[in-house]
Write a protein that binds this ligand. Structure first.
Ligand code: AP5
Length: 192
């Protein structure tokens, strides 16, 4: 199963990917998590990315592609993967398509989690209190939502044109959303 989760900040991509990974037995590749690990490690890449991420803007396509190529060179991705946080603009969508073509692993599904903006803001505000992620401040959240609308939303049409898009309602309990995704991508693996 090769799957990409799409959706605005706070739509539940990371939360659902963590559950899908166990269910589908494939690795979860989150470019946000990979970048946060670089920042935490204080690596040169992390130092470049830190301020950009804190502002809620996109880190450069070149950095992301290098990171992704490196991740896909690892053996655990050969049986499939769940990608979360990439692609975030059309250039990244093209680069991913080319990369997956080169390694003979074309995408099976792009799942778009749909959540109204008021709920996105509410969820992120809840996490800001609980976890204090650097880019969850109100100003950065506004930037992340704008960047999503301007640069990432067109990626949804990219996958629609490629016949790979499934839209899932992201409002509801964690279990409800999870079951909707599983039914959309692999009904034979649905629970309950
Ligand atoms: P990234 O880590 O990808 O952040 P994001 O897209 O802004 O996503 P979030 O983590 O906020 O939301 P999510 O959809 O994963 O929701 P979550 O499950 O966490 O990227 C961070 C930054 O890294 C970017 O801004 C950029 O700078 C950089 N970056 C990353 N990838 C890049 C790329 N490809 N190119 C360039 N730059 C890149 O849920 C959110 C909250 O809601 C949680 O508290 C959760 O518990 C809660 N929640 C989830 N589902 C539910 C539910 N059903 N009901 C109630 N609460 C829920």
């Amino acid at each position: 199963m090769r799957l990409v989760l799409l959706g605005a900040p706070g739509s539940g991509k990371g939360t659902q990917a963590a559950r899908l990974k166990d269910h589908l037995q494939v690795p979860h590749i989150s470019t946000g998590d990979l970048l946060r690990a670089e920042v935490a490690a204080g690596s040169p890449l992390g130092l470049q990315a830190k301020e950009v991420m804190a502002r809620g803007e996109l880190v450069s396509d070149a950095i992301l592609l290098g990171m992704l190529e490196d991740r896909f060179s690892r053996a655990d991705t050969r049986g499939g993967f769940i990608l979360d946080g990439y692609p975030r603009n059309l250039a990244q969508a093209d680069a991913l398509d080319a990369l997956l073509g080169r390694i003979g692993q074309p995408m099976d599904y792009a799942v778009q989690l749909e959540v109204p903006v008021e709920l996105l803001v509410e969820r992120i505000a809840g996490r800001a209190k609980a976890e204090g992620r650097a880019d969850d401040s109100p100003e950065s959240v506004r930037t992340r939502l704008r960047v999503y609308d301007e640069q990432t939303a067109p990626v949804v049409d990219f996958y629609r044109r490629h016949g790979q898009l499934t839209v899932v309602d992201g409002v509801g309990s964690l279990d409800e959303v999870f079951n909707r995704i599983v039914e959309a991508i692999a009904p034979e693996k649905a629970v309950g």
